[in-house]
Design a protein around this ligand. Structure first.
Ligand code: DX5
Ligand code: ZN
Length: 241
């Protein structure tokens, strides 16, 4: 079972970075040991906030040597798939609530050699999008309402994370985003997530390397706890009546 688990990835979100010094912030995150860099794209329609577009992603691509995990929180994602893929996204995630034909959107992303992710707002149920999720390389379970960094973690999302991990965790990455810190990362990893986005926790820490280490250790601990539980259930089943 354990060898089928996907690798743990720590993906700091540059939403909490100093936007006047993005290249330095990327270098700082890479030195601090991040696996991916998470880039939050907001359009002022799908979410009330406005952030960055493909030009900034292209600029980040030139200064980053780790994969760019681009999270589109925009209406009409199909209109922008080509631009963000060309800008250098390695993973391109769109919201299912904004996509009329999510399987087609995944295919358009993958046809450009980019991994396709599907994100769900907290109110969106997994069973509403099971078919589409089977076509994705990554499932992003939002653990806050999308739009802003620094919001509290929604523990009610843990069941959704667990269900996503059971159904798609062998074929796709299961990512959590929002309110992730050294404590909530343990619970998300125990539920089966393997990609952890963290903005305010990493940038609010005086030592980003220590923050990333704490997230990685927390994720490993959560994963080990879940595995130990699975094994003890197996033993009970094997020795049971
Ligand atoms: C929220 C964004 C997140 C955000 C997370 O809409 O999708 O990626 O940066 O920020 P924290 O970690 O501060 O909750
Ligand atoms: Zn995000």
């Amino acid at each position: 079972m354990s060898e089928r688990r996907r690798p743990i990835r720590i993906a700091p979100s540059i939403l909490s970075a100093d936007f006047a010094r993005l290249a330095d912030e990327v270098a700082r995150l890479e030195e601090a040991g991040c696996d991916w860099i998470h880039v939050d794209v907001m359009d002022g329609h799908f979410v009330p906030n406005l952030t960055i577009g493909p030009m900034v992603v292209a600029a980040l691509r030139r200064v980053s040597s780790v994969p760019l995990d681009v999270h589109l929180m925009i209406a009409e994602p199909d209109r922008y798939v080509a631009a963000f893929c060309e800008a250098g996204a390695d993973v391109l995630t769109f919201h299912i609530e904004a996509a009329p034909d999510p399987i087609r959107t995944c295919e358009a992303i993958r046809a450009r050699g980019v991994r396709a992710g599907i994100a769900l707002r907290p109110a969106t149920r997994l069973d509403r999008c099971a078919q589409a999720l089977a076509a994705a390389d990554l499932v992003l379970v939002m653990t806050v309402e999308p739009g802003f960094g620094g919001q509290p973690f929604m523990a009610a999302m843990l069941d959704k994370v667990a269900e996503a991990a059971v159904r798609w965790g062998r074929q796709a990455d299961v990512e959590v985003d929002g309110g992730i810190d050294a404590e909530t990362v343990v619970r998300c990893a125990a539920a089966g997530a393997n990609v952890f986005v963290a903005g305010s926790y990493v940038f609010g820490h005086r030592d980003p390397a220590a923050a990333i280490r704490a997230l990685r250790e927390g994720a490993q601990r959560g994963r080990s706890e879940a595995l130990a539980l699975e094994h003890s259930v197996d033993e009970v089943e094997q020795t049971g009546p």
